[in-house]
Write a protein that binds this ligand. Sequence first.
Ligand code: FMN
Length: 168
Amino acid sequence: MRKESLEEAQGYFTTTVALVTSQKGSDINVMSAEWSLRVSLEPFLMSVFVGYERATYDKISDSGEFGLSYCSDEQAHLAHIAGNFSFREHDKFKLADFRTFQSRHIRPPLIDGAISKFECEVIDEFKVGDHAAFIGKVRAAYFDEARKPLVFHNGKFWKSGARIPKGS
Ligand SMILES: Cc1cc2nc3c(=O)[nH]c(=O)nc-3n(C[C@H](O)[C@H](O)[C@H](O)COP(=O)(O)O)c2cc1C
């Protein structure tokens, strides 16, 4: 049955969850972002939209770098911790078992066990409504064929379902 609601309809998007890593000096942070996607093929550009009040905003804006590690369906707990606690009060790396590996071209590390990972260098930042848009040139990318994506829908985490053949 069709319902009308500007508020509630926003829960009916279906997205991935990226663990956004950022670093300023020796301080490393991780936050969850459902608003992150590829925005250009050539050059290969990725975007992430970050609220100005996030600790992550300051770190990316100051350093010009960010990492994106797209959660696998075994990382819902990490997505929850990274998305519900702030660097301002907590070292999130002590709240959950975030395993990292060193990036090759940027300072912030990437998160092991994610389905795909991208090292991004900021080439543009602009304001979109109440969020900052960061556009990053991808310097290195990694993927793991054995993993499945974490799905975010209606405020909850899900696994992806069975493949649907084309034409059915
Ligand atoms: C699943 C999920 C997705 C989120 N997506 C975004 C997003 O796309 N952009 C954003 O600014 N905040 C998003 N948030 C909220 C931030 O992750 C959250 O405010 C976090 O505590 C910020 O951490 P920080 O202050 O350490 O940077 C999301 C939270 C969750 C749980």
